[in-house]
Design a protein around this ligand. Structure first.
Ligand code: GUN
Length: 292
């Protein structure tokens, strides 16, 4: 069993990004600029956004954190988005999800200029991805593809099972794993809460990508010997032995699943850091494509 070290890999790729920024600055140009909008006080969202801003600093990107109270109106948020769309010194931005219930995530996503949509969530970018002409890949699937590529994990001719059908991970991942490309050239099954015999499906997987958002959902009896397991989950569970009284675990029962795997990602230190790296790569691409 080999551990896929997303933390170390993202440090390597972020160092490559930093070198590219050094070269940009040496030409007298400005650094790429990412903004993150954080609405409300969701602690998990605040932590994710903090990681994104920190990564910008490491790579020499300019970053702007825009915090707004949970009571912000939809109109005010849409106005902020319009301002960011018109800011020529801003290359890309994200609006961290979830948003408070009174704000339509769909309206917000549609309002983002697709050229600045470095999350790759706008339907225009989803469409480009689906026809194999991606502009920005959604950050988590992008990060997973980079892990598979850099660890030399063959996908051609393999059977990939994606667990979960969210717009952010499961659905785009199933598309990207079934394209005629160097990485992701697999036969894909997408399973979800209404799949009749989920275990029968997961047992057929050479590559299992689990993004269902339930702690320790995937157990050892659901995994074929030698499978590659990618754990997208980040779940906080009670743990009396830690200072905070909580502990982060993935969607995979790591202790018992890991011995069966050829490769597996840990939580934390697996997919999470690669998501941040995917976002930075998209931001650099936005800068290269559209900065004036
Ligand atoms: N919420 C959970 N993951 C993400 C992400 O990748 N981007 C944004 N904007 N919100 C999220």
């Amino acid at each position: 069993m080999q551990l896929i070290n997303g933390k170390a890999l993202s440090e390597t790729i972020q160092e490559e990004l930093r070198e590219q920024v050094v070269q940009i600055l040496a030409k007298g140009k400005r650094a790429p600029h990412l903004a993150a909008v954080l609405v409300g006080e969701n602690p998990a969202s605040a932590a994710y956004v903090r990681n994104k801003i920190k990564a910008c600093e490491r790579c020499g990107f300019k970053s702007t954190l825009i915090k707004r109270p949970a009571e912000i109106s939809e109109t005010e948020l849409l106005q902020l988005i319009d301002d960011m769309n018109n800011d020529n010194l801003l290359d890309g931005y994200i609006v961290q999800l979830p948003l408070p219930a009174h704000i339509s995530e769909e309206k917000v996503t549609l309002a983002i200029d697709p050229a600045k949509d470095v999350d790759g969530f706008h339907p225009y970018n989803v469409g480009l991805m689906t026809i194999g002409k991606p502009q920005y890949l959604p950050a988590t699937p992008f990060g997973i593809l980079m892990m598979l590529e850099r660890y030399g994990i063959e996908t051609s001719g393999k059977h990939c099972v994606v667990v979960g059908r969210s717009n952010i991970v499961g659905t785009p991942m199933s598309v990207l794993m079934s394209r005629n490309t160097k990485v992701g050239n697999a036969t894909v099954t997408l399973v979800h809460s209404r799949t009749r015999d989920l275990k029968e499906e997961t047992l057929r997987a050479d590559i299992l990508i689990v993004a269902i958002g339930k702690a320790n959902f995937l157990t050892a009896d659901m995994v074929k010997e030698g499978a590659v397991v990618i754990d997208v989950g980040i779940n906080s569970i009670p743990d009396a032995n830690t200072k905070s009284g909580q502990r982060l675990v993935g969607d995979v029962d790591f202790e018992l699943v890991a011995p069966k795997c050829s490769f597996i990602t840990p939580v934390p230190g697996g997919v999470g850091p690669m998501t941040v790296t995917g976002l930075l790569m998209n931001t650099l691409k936005a800068y290269e494509l559209y900065s004036k």
